[in-house]
Design a protein around this ligand. Structure first.
Ligand code: GGG
Length: 355
């Protein structure tokens, strides 16, 4: 039987997305060669602020049709606030993908690697190793609301938070299943039920209801403020953390920061039912402050590409890429955020050579 060709849409986007993407592709090509995979890359220049400046919109009208036949989307970064307001670029691209392709899980692993200096005193690899499961299609990320009496002293702004039973239950179920599959079987539910007195007690109640089907998983509900402090002070407490869209966004930058650099953090925007393509991207953004110097850490992009292969059924290729990342983090070369002097390209080449 001939092997299946995996069609991958490649969207570098903006800023350092354009510098780390070639390293993701370099490593994927090395993995394809070693594991005899047929990867068919479709390079796309839209979903970028350059495209917006040329066309007045982030994506062409038929973007969904163009991506619908893809097995997955590999995405770099979005945002170039010097020319396009951030909410315009984000809502015009990434948030459209997440919503219209129903990528309702944003899975973000957080792990302290050997060879990476940890900013938290005394922590060793193995002591920080958890997942943030972020709700990805509703919650605080809405465009429902408006401004009244604009420009006057009576100006009022309202922005709604939307949580549905359907939306909450499916992300909670995914998080319970993930926790159940791990040795510790522990789920932390991020909440703020004392201050956000309608939606958050409801969210906690949904966690209890969904959790009834997972008696082996221990649940720990923590207010987002103390939970954030514990990410820094007691990171070993965490195994799987489930959070609303905004809380999950913040936690999944904070967590990787405690492991040395956000330049290592990958993410998977998943449509678990595979009705639509899932999207894999670094947690970091376009980083205009370092763009153009070829110094960005490519690991988040490369690890995201590995997560993509795993989701597409290529576990051995995923494991080989992760092993190569682990070795390069110990032996070098390393980019500046890791205390080294290597370029983005040198680090990508080193990882690709070990796959
Ligand atoms: N590679 C991810 C990226 O470009 N992120 C930009 C950003 O601001 N994302 C917001 C979000 O993930 O909700």
């Amino acid at each position: 039987m001939s092997k299946k060709t995996l069609k991958i849409a490649v969207i570098p986007g903006d800023g350092i997305g354009k510098e780390v993407m070639p390293e993701g592709l370099r490593v994927l090509k090395a993995a394809a060669q070693r594991f005899d995979l047929a990867l068919d890359f479709h390079e796309i220049e839209w979903a970028s602020c350059d495209y917006y400046l040329a066309k007045g919109q982030m994506m062409p009208d038929d973007w969904k049709a163009q991506l619908s036949g893809m097995d997955a989307i590999l995405f770099g970064a979005v945002g170039w606030p010097q020319t396009v307001p951030d909410h315009v670029s984000l809502w015009g691209s990434l948030l459209k993908f997440r919503r219209e392709f129903d990528q309702y899980i944003n899975l973000r692993p957080v792990r302290l690697f050997d060879g990476v200096p940890c900013p938290l005193a005394g922590r060793k690899p193995g002591e920080i190793d958890y997942f943030v499961v972020r709700e990805n299609t509703e919650g605080e990320y809405t465009n429902l609301g408006g401004v009244m009496y604009a420009g006057t002293e009576r100006e009022i702004v309202i922005q709604e938070t939307v949580m549905s039973r359907f939306g909450a239950d499916r992300v909670l179920k995914y998080a319970f299943e993930l926790a159940n599959s791990r040795a510790r079987k522990h789920l932390t539910v991020a909440t703020k039920s004392n201050g956000i007195a309608i939606s958050m007690p409801w969210w906690d109640g949904r966690a209890d209801a969904v959790g009834a089907d997972f008696p082996e998983v221990t649940i720990d509900k923590q207010h987002i403020d103390i939970l954030s402090a514990r990410f820094v002070l007691q990171p070993g407490r965490f195994d799987v953390v489930v959070a609303s869209n905004l809380f999950g966004d913040i936690l999944s930058d904070l967590g990787p920061a405690t492991t040395g650099t956000i330049g290592l953090a990958p993410s998977a925007n998943l449509n678990p039912e595979r009705k639509f393509p899932s999207l894999f991207e670094p947690v970091h953004g376009s980083a205009p402050d370092i763009y153009g110097q070829n110094i960005a850490n490519p690991v988040a992009m490369i690890w995201s590409a590995a997560l993509m292969l795993d989701f597409l059924g290529q576990r051995a290729a995923h494991d080989a890429i992760l092993k190569a990342i682990e070795r390069v983090l110990v032996e070098g070369p390393r980019t500046r955020d890791l205390g080294g002097q290597a370029s983005t390209t040198e680090m990508g080449e080193a990882i690709a050579a070990l796959v």
